[in-house]
Design a protein around this ligand. Structure first.
Ligand code: UGA
Length: 451
């Protein structure tokens, strides 16, 4: 949605049609309330919708009409069979590719936009070529998406780079050039990087693995900081000022979440195993293991600090999304944390500015989370404000770094006054000023800092 909306916004000469089988989702894209929250997206969609940007469920017609097709279906982790829990399920990719092959009456450039393990483009090519009739050809490109949620519009408008992979043949290069021409409508030429298909596919997994690895590295250091009296923010700052390291993605946290990092690393692990590279697989797996450890470590710290029991205690949880400025909760650290607290029979009062009760309850009752509907009904209350969540709470836990939870946005004196005493704050995102909170009277525990 966001990627193609930005193409339509930047290229008025290109007609962009976004198709989905899900009628409710398309209706939402066509309404005043878009199905996803993303700062700046409304303006872009509202400016071009009905002009050169269309949303429809008429998938077949859109395939027939298009010169270029972005395949942007999801590639969830397989739940059963070979590679279960690690490999990506490519059924939707194959389904979409077969549909294109069946319907096409003219040549198409088919662009692999979904994040897929290496060499998927090859499978798509095989399917398309086996089905191409006389006079029509299919060219495959890989064009991975690097936007992050919450900053999608900015990332798409001013990307660090755009990556386009193609088959190294004259026809491949010609197709690649056509997509380069789309992006250079608004992106400087030198930021559009071209390479072969396989490098492009692998670069996407590699970039996410490297980003997640930085977070797991700083989170591993945060455990040492807590045990020794060092401050993880200071360590991150000291390391990040080395220009070879750089300051970004060194913020210690309760653990990374989101639909991509864990999934992509597990794909890389699976790929390494398939290639008989067990040491490489173990290396990348440890990034995920460290993330799980970080989430558990934080929840254990909560229980330990609250005198080794949270049974019947009210715990206010501020933030449920996997990061700020998004309503997305996929793989959010808050889910693990909340499920653990429920199992310890705490009462969790949750507030998130963009995540509603329905979503929270759905996430907590997903298979594998460890809590069932009855427990969730009994132990979880979804609140309308941070203040409401904190009333009579024994502890407040920051799970997402929303700006509205910062010191200058919430009245922490008012929160303190409404909580049970002693009043505990657990800052899982390092957004609060521990010294000021202590002055108010809070007992403060922050990731990567000793008390
Ligand atoms: C990530 C990548 O950043 C994008 O480049 C990529 O395109 C995207 O995955 C994808 O593959 O689709 P996203 O998951 O939307 O984007 O969000 P991030 O900003 O990367 O944050 C991921 C998680 O790491 C969040 O839970 C965030 O809070 C956490 N994080 C991030 C930290 O704990 N510390 C940091 O320093 C940075």
């Amino acid at each position: 949605g966001p990627s193609c909306a930005v193409i339509a916004y930047q290229c008025h000469d290109i007609k962009v049609t976004i198709v989905d089988l899900n009628q409710a989702r398309i209706d939402a894209w066509n309404s005043s309330e878009l199905p996803i929250y993303e700062p700046g997206l409304d303006e872009i969609v509202f400016a071009r919708r009905g002009k050169n940007l269309f949303f429809t469920t008429e998938v077949d017609q859109a395939i027939i009409d298009a010169d270029m097709i972005f395949v942007s279906v999801n590639t969830p982790t397989k739940k059963s069979g070979m590679g279960a829990g690690m490999a990506a399920d490519l059924a939707y990719i194959e389904g979409a590719t077969r549909r294109i092959a069946e319907l096409a009456t003219s040549s198409k450039i088919v662009i692999e936009k979904s994040t897929v393990p290496c060499r998927t483009a090859q499978s798509m090519r095989t399917i398309l070529e086996a089905n191409s009739g006389k006079g029509i050809r299919f060219d495959i490109l890989s064009n991975p998406e690097f936007l992050a949620e919450g900053t999608a519009v900015n990332d798409l408008t001013k990307p660090d780079r755009v990556l386009i992979g193609c088959l190294q043949t004259p026809e491949g290069f010609a197709a690649q050039q056509k997509l380069v021409d789309v992006y250079t409508h608004w992106i400087p030429k030198e930021k559009v990087i071209t390479m072969n298909l396989w490098s492009s596919e692998l670069s996407k997994l590699a970039a996410n693995a490297l980003l997640a690895q930085r977070i797991s590295s700083i989170n591993a250091l945060s455990a040492i900081c807590e045990a020794t009296g060092a401050d993880v923010d200071e360590v991150a700052y000291a390391c990040g000022t080395d220009s070879r390291i750089g300051p970004k993605f060194l913020k210690a946290s309760v653990g990374f979440g989101g639909s991509c990092f864990q999934k992509d690393i597990l794909n890389l692990v699976y790929l390494s195993e398939q290639l008989h590279l067990p040491e490489v697989a173990a290396y990348w797996k440890s990034v995920v293991t460290m993330n799980e450890y970080q989430k558990m470590r934080f929840t254990h710290r909560i229980v330990r600090t609250l005198f080794n029991t949270v049974t019947h205690k009210r715990i206010a949880m501020l933030g449920f999304a996997f990061k700020k400025d998004t309503g997305d909760t996929r793989e959010s650290a808050a889910i693990t944390l909340c499920s653990y607290l429920i199992q310890e029979r705490a009462h969790v009062a949750i507030y998130d500015p963009k995540v509603g009760a329905k979503q929270i309850k759905m996430d907590l009752t997903e298979p594998g989370v460890g809590t069932n509907e009855t427990e969730v009904e009994k132990h979880v209350q979804v609140c309308k404000s941070a203040y409401e969540a904190c009333v009579d709470a024994a502890a407040l836990v920051i799970c997402t770094e929303w700006d509205e939870f910062k010191m200058n946005k919430l009245d922490y004196q008012k929160i303190f006054d409404s909580m049970q005493k002693p009043a505990f704050i657990f800052d899982g995102r390092l957004i609060l000023d521990g010294a000021k909170l202590k002055e108010i009277g809070f007992h403060v525990e922050s990731i990567g800092k000793s008390v």
